[in-house]
Design a protein around this ligand. Structure first.
Ligand SMILES: [Zn+2]
Length: 686
């Protein structure tokens, strides 16, 4: 079938028809990869027509005829993007990948065309200067729309605008190259082990996976380990062979570093220099100033101040943890000094003995089904909402489950899809998204279609999938994002659900992790998959307590990455620097312990250099402060299910999306600004 759409294909293209499915969910059973490119092209044309209609308006610009009209335009394009981006990440094919490559420049060009449309910007600016009385959400929309034009380059002199387009184009190429290098270098490493005694300490799951990996690499009968998370981290935590742990960690740390085939150091320096240039073209001193303008922190000094509040106590705690691990090591190997490849291994030994928690004995109590029901029941007790599985809704893969979500009074909140298992065609990690966001269309409340995706093990031979505690937290985390999307009650779709400031958007997800391992909640859902028995007495408390363990390590490795990221994006000069020297200076300034392996080295710091968390890696700590402080509001009332606190959190946070300043929303919920004490206490930093 040809990619250029003949009429007969367009007639059958679901994007050109009304969706007559229940709740107007995407008709996945009729969607084919070949439908997407013509749908994108046509949707962009239609969006341009809608914008021309706004410009043809003969009356003076008003909020309604310009800003709101622009916001409500592009509905078809949003619908195509919603479905396409979900598939390309969770169920990709070479055909979809090729479409993604073709569509990327189309979409960024379309965005630029809007922001560089002078007549349109003049109308928006006229409304901005004389807005008249507006409700709070309207004021937010006006502010955000106006700033989006400025941040996109509207109003720049032609020479600067031309340079900005070149900088953007080079940046997107370099970021792709950076990530491609990293992917290739990560995949290039394999540790093959031939002697069974070298496997000492490893769990049966790790050994089985390693045997399978060796078979795939034509080394049948051996065991192979790689640098992807499911192989690397269990190896560093469990392998008794110190020399092999060293080889794995050093290979991980050396990726894309100087002297390697794919050296990312110069790319990183160039990316930082270009981002600085972009920020300065747009009138900001540094890229961090540009990136944080729309955040809750507001400016880099605020982000640095928060890091500075946590760094000294975290470093002191890590130093105490180091002494304890050094003692364990000396008992094993008299005279040996603790090294970065020892930290995770001995930390796990402490966890086992101090909290008497055996990971293998825990798993049977955390079947995927039990944990999912635990998340649903938690939401039900907090907000009165219910989840009912639907077998009749089309999905993009047989693994995907779908649920109708209803409010306490039975009214529809939305549809929730859960796609849990790893499979070829799905990228790594876990995330949440929407096929359709909530908004009000011509006065009608359009309810959202929300999904979460994870990479839990696939079911083997009908046996239930058993999760570890980290996976339990991931399930609750993504479910928290889903609740943010599902409970939304906003007017505008660009401000609804999870469309909030980046350092605020992790509050609804991270706070759910508190419930996941709360003893009372564990009592509700953790059941042995065969016997149905609850956790043995005392285990729930010990699981809960073990979460505060090793937090000096966890906090300093995260904060060091946040400092490094902010430093890179606080450069005030467009002259590229020496990446290695730059990073060393940063880590020496803060005094990171040499035994703590950096969480992200510059040449493989993809979330910072690739763009998703450029200058905003600190948001992990920022959101952790918010979630600990917000959860404390429940505990202060004596129950993790306190109904008044739950109602306030739903009304002032979960339903409001990004419709108002997050600091204002938080204050309405909490009655005050967030405080750092709850997080300091939770991590043992006081
Ligand atoms: Zn998240």
């Amino acid at each position: 079938m040809a990619a250029s759409a003949p009429e007969s294909l367009n007639l059958r293209n679901p994007f050109f028809q009304k969706w007559d499915t229940p709740y107007e969910v995407p008709p996945f059973h009729h969607l084919r990869p070949v439908h997407f490119l013509p749908a994108f092209q046509s949707a962009i044309r239609r969006h341009n027509d809608e914008i021309r209609t706004i410009l043809r308006c003969r009356t003076a610009p008003t909020f309604r005829n310009t800003v709101e009209a622009l916001e409500d335009s592009g509905e078809l394009l949003d619908r195509v993007i919603g479905v396409f981006s979900a598939l390309v990440e969770a169920d990709s094919t070479p055909e979809l990948q090729a479409t993604a490559l073709a569509v990327g420049p189309l979409l960024s060009g379309h965005q630029d065309d809007i922001h560089h449309n002078e007549a349109l910007f003049r109308r928006v600016a006229a409304v901005y200067e004389h807005p008249g009385p507006l409700p709070a959400e309207g004021r937010t929309l006006l502010e955000r729309t106006y700033r989006a034009f400025l941040r996109g380059g509207a109003g720049l002199a032609p020479a600067k605008l031309a340079r900005l387009r070149l900088v953007n184009a080079e940046l997107s190429l370099l970021c792709l190259k950076f990530e491609q290098n990293l992917r290739e270098e990560t995949n290039a490493f394999l540790l093959v082990v031939d002697r069974p005694e070298e496997l000492a300490g490893l769990s049966p799951e790790s050994v089985d996976a390693a045997r399978e990996a060796a078979r795939m690499a034509d080394r049948d009968g051996s065991w192979a380990f790689n640098l992807h998370s499911p192989s690397l981290w269990p190896f560093l935590e469990q392998a008794r062979d110190r020399g092999l742990r060293q080889r794995m960690l050093e290979a991980h740390v050396a990726r894309c570093d100087r002297g390697n085939a794919r050296d990312n150091n110069r790319l990183a320096a160039r990316i930082a220099a270009l981002r600085c240039e972009k920020a300065q073209l747009l009138g900001y001193a540094t890229y961090a100033d540009y990136a944080l303008e729309d955040s809750m922190a507001g400016e880099p000094t605020e982000a640095y101040a928060l890091l500075g509040r946590f760094w000294p106590p975290a470093l002191a705690l890590a130093t105490r943890e180091r002494a304890e691990l050094q003692q364990l090591l000396a008992a094993d190997l008299p005279g040996a000094r603790l090294q970065p490849w020892d930290w995770r291994y001995y930390a796990e030994r402490v966890r086992e003995t101090r909290f008497r928690l055996d990971a293998q004995a825990l798993r049977p109590y955390f079947s995927l089904e039990a944990v999912r029901e635990g998340a649903f029941r938690t939401a039900n007790r907090l907000y009165g909402i219910t989840f009912n599985e639907r077998k009749d809704l089309p999905t993009y893969h047989p693994d995907v489950l779908s649920y109708l979500v209803q409010d306490r009074d039975g009214s529809l909140l939305g549809v929730y899809y859960a796609d849990y298992h790893a499979r070829p065609g799905k990228r790594g990690g876990a995330w949440m998204g929407s096929f359709r966001s909530q908004w009000h269309k011509n006065g009608r409340d359009i309810r959202p279609l929300v999904y979460t995706v994870a990479n839990f093990p696939p079911p083997l031979g009908g046996a239930p999938v058993l999760l570890d505690l980290q996976e339990v937290r991931i399930l609750f985390h993504e479910f928290g994002h889903a609740l943010h999307g599902l409970l939304s009650r906003c007017r505008y779709r660009s401000l609804s659900g999870t469309a909030t400031a980046q350092d605020f958007s992790e509050l609804p997800s991270q706070i759910m992790e508190n419930w996941a391992l709360e003893p009372e909640v564990l009592g509700m859902y953790a059941r042995h998959y065969r016997t149905g028995e609850a956790l043995p007495a005392g285990w729930a408390e010990r699981i809960h307590q073990s979460q505060a363990f090793n937090q000096g390590f966890a906090t300093t490795e995260c904060l060091a990455a946040a400092y490094l990221d902010l430093d890179w994006h606080s450069l005030g000069s467009v002259e590229p620097v020496d990446a290695g020297a730059f990073e060393r200076a940063c880590l020496e300034r803060i005094g990171l312990l040499p035994e703590v392996p950096v969480r992200h080295h510059t040449p493989w710091f993809a979330s910072s250099m690739g763009g998703e968390y450029a200058a905003t890696y600190y948001t992990y700590l920022w959101s952790a402060v918010l979630d600990a402080d917000a959860y404390q509001a429940f505990l202060d009332q004596g129950s993790p299910f306190d109904p008044d606190t739950a109602r306030a959190f739903r009304t002032h946070v979960l339903e409001m999306g990004g419709s108002e300043d997050p600091a204002v929303l938080y204050r309405r919920f909490r009655g005050r600004d967030p405080g750092v004490e709850a997080l300091l206490g939770k991590r043992g930093l006081v």
